[in-house]
Design a protein around this ligand. Structure first.
Ligand code: UD1
Length: 413
């Protein structure tokens, strides 16, 4: 890619990766045919489809209409193999539904993004409190329960994954489960809404306490995936970093309140539109401090993009990462473009420079890759982002959309 273009135009965001994968897993909870719409055309959806097929489901993905149709049989297999789980950590989200449906589940322990240790202790603790026995053998997490029962569960930290695992187990458990200190991300609200449409009884949706009363069985539904706030936020930063003007369609600005507010502080004009928002930037951005926190705090998945933005802004900013300790690794790559960033544990001090200069860089995970592309958009000369397959995992049609907005960029290999 060659930096220097001002990005101008319109992009449309589809459903959230971090929601659709869980919605596909939630489909396992009901026999019959579930349809998901606004499904993004990304590799992780294919991996999850393959995983569901191996469990005995029929899955078709019609990319032209962004739909996935899943037909779930009466009897499911209960093993998620390492060859798939190692390619996508989110495969772990079949743990809760398979345990609830089969009383037994073997899931390979995940790999996934290269962003630091990602424990499963809260998932396991929650399932144990509901009556499951969980062991770790030969690289597999093995859980069994003759019958799951309601329980009172307190999460040490509002983990997205643990909230989903416990929720999907609780909807078919006998009795009432109260889960305290749950994650409140829009993707959690989305799965709660789908489960409710399927017949689950969930109270407190969107709050930090979910009360789930188990039901005998759930029905398949058609559900529209919530739009991807991280992709929407990435476009917002793209507008600001390039001094551009981007209208983001099918996006909910309420899901990005803090991030968009930060962009306003950086000097952007942000306004709501009929089905999204518009970001216009006319000056050099000012550096903005950020602190990542569980929703509604600033999302860790937008942290690299904001470091890229701060790297060419006026002034200095302190960025604090509270969720994934290794997420600053990409800063070494940003430094290859001339960024001035110092990290110390959870903190990064970014001093804005007048200009970045294009160079080859390596993307280590989805969001780091997005951050490097944003930096490449403003770096003088040519930037080559290696490991771009990571970016494709989170951003459907990214290169085409960038070109549509006026960037000089091409995909290779
Ligand atoms: C999800 C998102 C990811 C996002 C993150 C935080 C998906 C596929 N991924 O990841 O993009 O960055 O939420 O918004 O939806 N932890 C434990 N023990 C547990 C569970 C989590 O220690 O049992 C720790 C993890 O190591 C991590 C932190 O809690 O440091 C956050 O994890 P969690 O909120 O569960 O994120 P994920 O579901 O993995």
């Amino acid at each position: 890619m060659t930096g220097g273009s001002r990005l101008v135009g319109e992009v449309r965001v589809t459903g959230a990766k971090n929601s659709v994968l869980k919605l596909m897993a939630a489909a396992l909870l009901a026999r019959g045919t579930t349809t998901l719409t606004e499904v993004p055309d990304i590799l992780d959806v294919e991996i999850m489809a393959e995983l569901l097929r191996r469990l005995g489901c029929q899955v078709s993905h019609d990319k032209a209409v962004a739909q996935v149709v899943i037909t779930v049989p009466d009897a499911l297999e209960h093993r998620a193999d390492y060859d798939l789980v190692r390619r996508m950590r989110a495969s772990i989200c079949v743990l809760g539904p398979l345990l609830a449906r089969c009383g037994q589940v073997d899931v390979a322990l995940p790999g996934g993004d290269n962003i630091g240790s990602r424990g499963l202790d809260m998932h396991i603790d929650g399932l144990e409190r509901m009556g499951a026995t969980v062991t770790n053998e030969h690289g597999y997490l093995i859980a069994s329960a003759a019958a799951l029962h309601g329980a009172s569960i307190w999460l040490d930290f509002p983990s997205v994954g643990a909230t989903e695992t416990i929720l999907m187990a609780a909807v078919l458990a006998k009795g009432t489960t109260v889960i305290d200190n749950v994650a409140r991300e829009p993707e959690i609200v989305d799965i709660c809404q789908m489960l409710t449409e399927m017949g689950a009884r969930i109270e407190g949706i969107g709050s930090s306490t979910l009360t789930v009363t188990g039901v005998e069985s759930l029905e398949p539904v058609t559900h529209r995936t919530v739009s991807d706030r991280i992709v929407a936020g990435t476009w917002a930063v793209a507008a600001v970093i390039t001094g551009g003007d981007i209208t983001v369609r099918n996006a909910n600005p309420d899901h990005l309140r803090i991030a968009l507010d930060k962009l306003t502080t950086a000097g952007a004009e942000v306004s709501s539109t009929d089905d999204g928002f518009r970001v216009v930037m006319r000056e050099r951005p000012k550096a903005v401090d950020i602190v990542t926190l569980p929703y509604p705090g600033f999302p860790t998945d937008l942290q690299p993009q904001f470091i890229a933005l701060n790297s060419i802004s006026e002034g200095a900013a302190l960025v604090t990462e509270n969720l994934f300790e290794a997420r600053f690794r990409f800063v070494q790559e940003l430094a290859r473009l001339g960024a001035d960033v110092r990290t110390d544990g959870h903190h990064a001090l970014v001093r804005g420079v007048e200009r970045l200069s294009g160079a080859p860089v390596e993307s280590t995970d989805i969001r780091a890759g997005a951050g490097l592309v944003l930096a490449g958009l403003v770096a003088e000369g040519v930037t080559t982002v290696y490991g771009a397959s990571h970016i494709d995992r989170g951003y459907a049609g990214f290169v085409d959309q960038l070109v549509g907005l006026g960037a000089t960029v091409e995909a290779q290999g």
